[in-house]
Design a protein around this ligand. Sequence first.
Ligand code: CA
Length: 223
Amino acid sequence: MSGVALVIEDDDAIGALVGAYLEQAGFAVVREYTGEAGLDVAMREQLRFVVLDLGLPDLDGFELCRRLRGSADVPILILTARDEEADRVIGLELGADDYVTKPFSPRELVARVRAVLRRAEPLPADAQLHELGELRIDFRSRTVTIAGSPVELRTLEFELLAELARNAGHVVTRDRLLDRVWGVSFAGGTRTVDVHVAQLRKKLGRPGLIQTVRGVGYRLLEA
Ligand code: CA
């Protein structure tokens, strides 16, 4: 996917920090300090996503969010000083995909951006349905069946299975699973992955389906 990451933030220190982390994560970053300048960039550049500070000197953040969304179907992640503002964004469905409340950890912000992009970028047609022997994963309806019988999975369990399925036959490390499924490395660490894999195995009812590669991670085999 191409396009620039547009960061609209009037606080130079915060903008620089966000920009640096996004660049480190491999995104091409354009920074602007006002809403009008941000809209100009949105008119002339192809945007991959926008990180938008709600408290800008010139334009109301909510209005800006709406106008950015109007000009292109681009994912928007809001930076806000207050929880109530974020509630309003989500509540009014102005088009923001996620938000981060200040002060925030730049690592968390990058993880949120990745999650937003994963949701926004559609799977190619041939990736919408994944069949591995008797295991069938439908990414559109987010349903899983084994030999035709539905398997009820919670969101994280589904994401975990989906990530293993995208790499079927290959080892996926615990760190990668943490990054791709949870998005942030939180206190539970890789132990969290082990616990969820155990639950997933139990629900799938086929212990050999997800193989443990000791000290490394997990591998999904054909059912
Ligand atoms: Ca501000």
